[in-house]
Structures are given as structure tokens and as C-alpha cells.
Design a binder for this molecule. Structure first.
Ligand SMILES: Cc1cc2nc3c(=O)[nH]c(=O)nc-3n(C[C@H](O)[C@H](O)[C@H](O)COP(=O)(O)OP(=O)(O)OC[C@H]3O[C@@H](n4cnc5c(N)ncnc54)[C@H](O)[C@@H]3O)c2cc1C
Length: 261
């Protein structure tokens, strides 16, 4: 079973500023970590490998600093990883990001399952997994909270809020896992000593390594989404505190005045 897990490096804090000119995140100097949902994706892959054999490779698209999350994945148990990184991939919106991941994954060779997290804690669109599956032309299942492999298919349970859906997809397929699928393991100190900077286990893929080298499909040029303005909403600061009298009546009057009742 050859499994690829998509992992993204995200800011480790919510205090991230935005470049007012470009509308992109200013990531320099901000502490980073692996997107929490991708830990569940990686744990799912490691458990499948323990049961069925095969390999687990992680892939991340990002700047060279994203090597840190690939190393963390190796310390958790991944066999190796790929960083898809090139200045020409910078400024990508969701369409260009998923297309770049698709090109990079095609350059990685065969796979049976691709596993993504449900969403990220920075971009938070929850669209990359499904768009990636579309680009690759493979079936896709989202919000997966349980899965198993049988007869060349992935049998899974999806959590669609009001309903749990049990279904099957044929492999190769892409699965986006929910946060309640498992409890991710911690990185192993022993593996961190053994593999260090993971030199031989990590490959960097640039635009020169992918089949489609048309620059207009990547980065800002390949991004139809144009951010016109990005800003923090004004925080309303006026407050009125009522401490005396019939508070229920007062509350009702305010709600009525604001036409909530
Ligand atoms: C116009 C525009 C410009 C942008 N410019 C920039 C920019 O300059 N720099 C920048 O960093 N971001 C930029 N972004 C944000 C970028 O598009 C998103 O970070 C990216 O599309 C991923 O979307 P998401 O975080 O919502 O992922 P989600 O769809 O929420 O992620 C779902 C899952 O997909 C996988 N995944 C997502 N992203 C990656 C990745 N990079 N590598 C591996 N797996 C991944 C993970 O498994 C994740 O759990 C820009 C967005 C727009 C709209």
C-alpha cells in the first residue's frame, strides 16, 4: 500500500499580519507548525501501513522552511517526503495550490491512497483535498472518521454533521480525514536522532521537475482569485452594563428594540 499524505506548514499563532499590498500572509519570523488536521492524516496513513505494509510519504508545498514539517513527519514514522518548492509557485490561491500539488504528486510516481487533513488553520478553505482529487482524476471522500481497505477499495464512514455515511471508493483515491479519526502519535526522539536532518529521505521538486512547466498554471499567474483588500474587522468597543432592576424585562426591551423578538 503506497500512501501519500499532504501536510502543510501553518503559523503556530493566530497573530499573523497580512501584507496590505499583496493580500498575502507575512510568514517571516512567525513560529510555524504542522497543520493540526494533517497530524490525523499522517496517523491514519501510519496505521494503514502497520496493518497492510507498504510506504508512507508526505508531501508539502511551501517555502524551504516547510522542510521542518517533513522532518517532523519522518520522526513520527513517515518513510520520507517531498517538498514542492519554487519561487514561481508563490502567491498561489486554492486552484493553483491544488494544481501544484497535483503536478508534484504526479512526479512522485505511483500511489494507492492520498490522505489530506479536513482543513488548515490558516487558509481554512477545506477545498484543497477535493480540488487535488479533481486535478488527478481520482475519486474523493471528505470528513472521513473511519476507514479500512478491503478488496481494492477503501470502505469509509463520513461525518456529514446530521448523518453518518458509509461508502466505498475504488483506489487510487483521495481521502480527507476528520479530527476525530484517531489520536496522532508524538514524534519519536529515537527517530530524530537516527535521521537528523533527513537528508536522503527528502526530495525537493521544483518547476523543472514537473511535467507541466507552463508558468501560467502556477503561483500568482495561475491564481484566478484576486484579493482586493484584506483587513481586520473593527471591534465594537461600546458596552453597557445593567446591574439593577428587572434584568429579564430590560433584556426583552433591548431585543425588541433591535427587532430580534
Ligand atoms: C489570491 C490568493 C493568494 C494567496 N497567496 C498566498 C501566498 O502568497 N502564500 C501563501 O502561503 N498562501 C497564499 N494563499 C493561501 C493559499 O491559497 C492557501 O494556503 C492554499 O490554497 C491552501 O488552502 P487552505 O490553507 O485553505 O487549505 P485547505 O483546503 O483548508 O486544506 C485541506 C488539506 O489540504 C492539504 N494542503 C493544503 N495546503 C497544502 C500545502 N501547501 N501543502 C500540502 N498539503 C496542503 C492538507 O492536507 C490540508 O489539511 C493565497 C490565497 C489566495 C486566495
Amino acid at each position: 500500500m503506497n500512501i501519500i499524505v499532504c501536510i502543510k506548514q501553518v503559523p503556530g499563532t493566530t497573530q499573523v499580519n497580512v501584507d496590505p499590498e499583496t493580500g498575502t500572509l507575512i510568514r517571516d519570523g512567525v513560529a510555524s507548525k504542522m497543520n493540526p488536521y494533517d497530524l490525523y492524516a499522517l496517523e491514519t496513513a501510519l496505521r494503514l501501513r502497520e496493518k497492510l505494509g507498504g510506504s508512507v510519504r508526505v508531501v508539502s508545498m511551501g517555502p524551504p522552511a516547510a522542510l521542518a514539517v517533513i522532518r517532523e513527519a519522518v520522526y513520527m514514522g513517515a518513510d520520507g517526503g517531498v517538498l514542492i518548492s519554487d519561487r514561481k509557485f508563490g502567491g498561489a490561491d486554492v486552484l493553483a495550490t491544488s494544481y501544484t500539488l497535483c503536478s508534484g504528486i504526479r512526479a512522485m510516481g505511483d500511489y494507492d491512497i492520498i490522505i489530506c487533513g479536513k482543513q488548515t488553520t490558516d487558509g481554512d478553505t477545506a477545498q484543497v483535498g477535493s480540488e487535488l482529487a479533481e486535478h488527478l482524476g481520482i475519486p474523493h471522500a471528505a470528513y472521513v472518521r473511519e476507514l479500512d481497505v478491503e478488496d481494492g477499495c477503501i470502505r469509509y464512514i463520513s461525518n456529514l454533521d446530521n448523518n453518518l455515511v458509509t461508502a466505498r471508493v475504488t483506489m487510487p483515491a483521495l481521502i480527507c480525514v476528520d479530527g476525530d479519526i484517531n489520536t496522532p502519535r508524538l514524534p519519536s526522539f529515537k527517530r530524530s536522532v537516527e535521521y537528523g536532518d533527513c537528508g536522503d529521505l527528502i526530495r525537493v521538486i521544483t518547476l523543472d521537475d514537473v511535467e507541466d512547466q507552463d508558468e501560467t498554471h502556477y503561483g500568482l499567474k495561475g491564481s484566478p482569485t484576486q484579493v482586493e483588500r484584506i483587513f481586520e474587522p473593527d471591534k465594537k468597543k461600546e458596552k453597557e452594563i445593567f446591574a439593577d432592576g428587572d434584568l429579564a424585562v430590560k433584556t426583552f426591551e433591548i431585543l425588541k428594540e433591535k427587532k430580534f423578538v
